[in-house]
Ligand binder design. Structure first.
Ligand code: ZN
Length: 658
């Protein structure tokens, strides 16, 4: 099984018979009073894109005339602010702020001045080829050490310029106080601190919330992507800026994350994608954010209670990767950014929250290294703090590969840890007490339990097999025997090694098969070899085991020869055909995920949508209208590998394209 999440979206257009008139209208920027309404959640539910909000005070949104009329009818007081968000942001006095050029130069100057504790890295480039700069601050910055990793970033939204000033101030503070200030020295020596001050440089230069492709980068992450949001991009991680954050975490394994935005003077924690939707780690987030807010006086809020928005960075880092990540909305307004005279005060009031994150990342938690009991080698294994685990809300968490390090920040309490990996005996450790402000360390040595005893034998017919120059086919028997003494579900597949040494395939499968104890099956199959296949000796290899992640229980092979020469091709494909292993599984275990069909289409009022999964996966299948509004959630949960069908009934929806 794999535990990757697969989101299938917008891959087919469904035409509900009829026609729909779509008109684009110009929107202007308004200030919407929340004084009698509390939060902006209701507005977001009306399909209005909220740009900033302060609960019980006001929200900012770009509204068309029709939307403005609707908002007023709902009982909100509305004030015109500017022709657009761009016009409004341009009113901010940001002349003395960093420009992209001066900020890039400053980062390079620091890297030159402090080489012993900095590593300046390019995480890629924006659409307009601006370098996405990130700085690692740590002792031994060129080494990947077994240290806690803290990530800080700013300017997902290009018009929120103060959100670059604060992480730059923090960087300057770390670099200039290392070796003299004991706290700074300790954290630089014992953390890997990553600062990515301008995630969206094109928007920063253009003074635009969006990137150069008009995408809101902080809606382009995969977790609940496209939900309660606009400008979220054509697919998750379509944008280089969101890719940069994703890929940095995939190589560095953040412990904490902190994303700066403006404005509102709030600190926001998961989840963002829905309102009133706390995460399984809510107790930890509440304690973290309350402590941070005690320093700067900001308001702690579940992100979705400000207004729901899917595809957001913290939700992704936390929900999919287990990173304890939050957002600070800087500055109280008016405008997105303080005037020049106010920059320093905002930087200073937020410095303690960053220092606190460095501290807390090393505080109360369950951590340790997961290794193979025989070899001592680090293992990437799934770990669960059972009391905080909810498979419907978050993805499985894994130890990182370099050290087998796992880490789960918690509030003090008594917890149960479960560590599992394919082929290893699962370990459950109850009664882990976390108290005070120190980590509780539990190293886990997993014992390899061996693969199930399942044998595969491939037997060629008419050996030695020689394939004519123009192509041909050969027949073989595949026999699989379950000698494990228990019922087993496993994969079977066939690969082929070409004369060049390169692997080709799977030629068959991966099939998902279930065999009772003692069961043996034999199937006669045929393999086509086209005339275009290179001459030489091929090795044809059958496997049983787990396809992804790969674990081979047994294999069997034979060789055949493709003759050389010239002749007209008679066979033009690599088809594998013959007796079915299992009607259901063979037909339905695909090599990649896809939406395979919608039938009928166009339809009225119902259509059946098929989708296929290569492995046990979490599936989110949703229907959107052309304005990007979700109209139906058809599937949301874990599904087995194979072909699935779901019915979409559009009764009550207007005609149109979905
Ligand atoms: Zn923002």
């Amino acid at each position: 099984m794999t535990w990757q999440r697969i989101i299938i979206l917008a891959a087919v257009l469904l035409a509900l018979a009829g026609a729909q008139d779509l008109r684009a209208e110009t929107a202007h920027l308004y200030r919407i009073s929340l004084q009698d309404h509390g939060s902006a959640v209701e507005l977001a539910g009306e399909g209005i894109t909220i740009l900033a909000a302060i609960p019980n005070d006001h929200a900012l949104a770009e509204l068309t005339d029709a939307q403005m009329t609707r908002v007023i009818r709902l009982g909100y007081a509305v004030d015109y602010l500017a022709a657009s968000l761009y016009e409004y942001s341009a009113q901010d006095e940001t002349d003395d702020y960093y420009t992209y050029t001066s900020l890039s130069a400053q980062l390079q100057a620091w890297a030159t001045q402090y080489p012993a504790i900095t590593s300046l890295q390019e995480l890629g480039v924006s659409w307009q080829n601006r370098v996405l700069w990130a700085v690692k601050v740590s002792d031994n910055p060129g080494l990947d050490e077994d240290e806690i990793v803290c990530f800080f970033c700013g300017v997902h939204h290009g018009n929120e310029k103060i959100s670059a000033e604060v992480p730059m101030y923090f960087l300057n503070y770390l670099l200039t106080n290392y070796g003299t200030n004991p706290d700074v020295t300790y954290y630089v020596d014992n953390r890997e601190i990553w600062v990515f001050p301008v995630v969206n440089p094109d928007g920063y230069v253009a003074n635009s919330r969006y990137n150069n492709h008009n995408v809101d980068v902080n809606r382009n992450y995969s977790f609940h992507w496209g939900q309660s949001a606009s400008n979220y991009g054509p697919y998750p991680f379509s944008e280089p800026e969101a890719q940069a954050v994703r890929d940095l975490n995939l190589s560095q394994y953040f412990t904490t994350g902190h994303s700066y935005h403006s404005y509102g003077e709030e600190i926001l924690y998961p989840f963002a994608w829905a309102s009133n939707h706390p995460s399984p780690d809510n107790a930890f987030f509440v304690s973290l954010v309350n402590a941070m807010c005690a320093y700067n006086g900001y308001q702690p809020l579940i992100s979705g209670n400000l207004y729901p928005h899917g595809g957001e960075m913290n939700d992704y880092l936390y929900g999919e990767k287990g990173v304890m990540s939050v957002t600070t909305e800087l500055w109280s307004g008016p405008g997105y950014n303080p005037p020049t005279s106010g920059i320093l005060a905002v930087c200073q009031e937020n410095l303690p929250t960053d220092m606190y994150m460095l501290q807390r990342a090393g505080g109360a938690q369950i951590t340790g290294r997961i290794t193979d009991s025989a070899t001592g080698q680090p293992l990437v294994a799934q770990f669960k703090v059972v009391q905080l685990w909810n498979p419907n809300e978050i993805y499985p968490r894994y130890s990182e590969p370099s050290f087998g390090r796992y880490r789960h920040l918690v509030v003090p309490g008594t917890y149960t840890l479960e560590v599992s990996k394919l082929g290893y005996a699962t370990q459950t450790i109850p009664g882990i007490v976390v108290s005070g402000t120190n980590p509780t360390v539990r190293d886990v040595a997993l014992v390899f339990a061996g693969w199930p005893n399942i044998d595969i034998t491939l037997t060629p017919q008419g050996a030695p097999i020689q394939i004519p120059v123009g192509g041909g086919s050969f027949n073989f028997d595949a026999t699989i025997a379950n000698n494990s003494g228990a019922s087993q579900t496993y994969n079977a597949w066939i690969m082929m090694r070409q004369p060049s040494g390169q692997m080709q395939g799977p030629m068959l499968g991966p099939l998902t098969l279930t065999s009772p104890a003692g069961a043996g099956i034999t199937r006669s199959r045929s393999q086509n070899i086209p005339g275009t296949a290179a001459p030489g000796t091929y090795t044809y290899i059958g496997y049983v085991g787990n396809y992804n992640p790969l674990a081979v229980y047994d294999s069997s092979y034979f060789t055949f020869t493709k003759l050389s020469g010239t002749d007209a091709s008679r066979v033009d494909n690599w088809d594998n055909w013959g007796e079915s292993f299992d009607q259901e599984t063979e037909a339905s275990t695909p090599a990649g995920f896809a939406l395979v069909r919608a039938y009928p289409n166009p339809f009225n009022p119902a259509t059946t949508i098929g989708y296929q999964l290569p492995a046990h996966s979490r599936v989110s299948l949703r229907i959107y209208d052309t304005a990007g509004r979700e109209v139906a959630a058809l599937v949301d949960g874990w599904r087995e590998a194979g072909l699935h069908e779901v019915t979409f009934n559009a009764s009550g929806l207007p005609s149109g394209i979905y």
